[in-house]
Ligand binder design. Structure first.
Ligand code: ZN
Length: 296
């Protein structure tokens, strides 16, 4: 008996998907601000768009779905940097590069996003407008790039918390796999609440633990104890005395890193008084998350 392949898609969708394979008209080339490398973003298919828009499940799985779409539609020009597996991709993906990729894939796929509204800064008139993706990149959008001699992925900085070598904390730059670990233990309602209250989808403690690569503690017998996984670091940090938590945060805050977040914005003219207003789309990941919570 031969196995028959069943096509569950309507034929026009199959045809559109086939066209997607060879249509490269809309491909967009961008430079990632953190990895400082060229990528080519290709348009998503209707099915992938539907997958995102009809998602139901955990926040972690939502982001895995989005990340898989990015992995498929972002081509690294330099093969020395190009990730071979999805896991490798998650380990080199920082939030500023992810925002850049999201922009690339969205602008390769759509001319406009859903309508938005803002109040005119001059006359307070409500302006309803289309987000025009082609108009969101300006000279200063990617003004700042990662500027350390070592790559963002290999960058580490060790902080001696008390200055006597007893407690050392090594900090890294958070990547997508760290962020997914943060989401793992949290329900959608908890993440939604955090987002509403703090504007961030994770708590300060989770963020701190995800930023720490390892903790070295000199024990009484001079033996070195090393914590180097997220759960141990999170538990150590959250159960540490408040004064120590503060000290750790203070030390981490002394590290100066350039603000590399790409700034996407669009000039929107008020129809009433003709004043130009600036609409900022600063964090596409957060925008997507907000879209997700409208669905759930
Ligand atoms: Zn106005």
């Amino acid at each position: 008996m031969t196995e028959q392949k069943i096509n569950i898609l309507p034929d026009y969708m199959t045809a559109l998907n086939a066209v997607d394979q060879f249509l490269t008209l809309n491909n967009r080339e961008l430079i990632l601000p953190m990895l400082r490398t060229s990528v080519i973003a290709s348009p998503i298919t209707n099915i992938e768009d539907l997958q995102i828009k009809s998602f139901s499940g955990s926040t972690k799985n939502f982001f895995i779905t989005v990340d898989k779409i990015l992995f498929k539609h972002i081509e690294f020009v330099d093969e020395k940097i190009r990730p071979n597996t999805f896991e490798e991709f998650l380990n080199i993906l920082t939030s500023d590069d992810k925002n850049t990729m999201l922009y690339g894939v969205l602008s390769a796929s759509f001319d406009t996003l859903d309508k938005r509204s803002m109040l005119c800064q001059n006359c307070n008139e409500e302006i309803i407008f289309d987000v025009k993706l082609d108009e969101m990149v300006h000279e200063d959008t990617f003004k700042n790039q990662w500027n350390k001699p070592v790559s963002v992925i290999d960058w580490r900085e060790t902080l001696d918390i008390f200055g006597n070598g007893q407690l050392k904390i090594t900090v890294k730059y958070m990547v997508e796999s760290d962020i997914l670990k943060m989401y793992e233990g949290n329900s959608n309602s908890k993440i939604k609440k955090l987002l509403e209250e703090t504007g961030k989808p994770y708590s300060q403690s989770e963020l701190t633990a995800a930023t720490i690569d390892k903790i070295e503690i000199k024990q009484a017998n001079d033996e070195l104890l090393i914590l180097d996984n997220y759960d141990s670091i999170y538990n150590f940090y959250t159960k540490a005395p408040i004064q120590l938590q503060k000290k750790i945060i203070e030390k981490i805050d002394t590290i100066e890193l350039e603000d590399t977040m790409p700034v996407f914005y669009q000039e929107v003219q008020c129809p009433k008084c003709t004043t130009n207003n600036t609409f900022y789309m600063t964090d596409l990941s957060k925008d997507l998350l907000n879209e997700l919570y409208k669905l759930l």
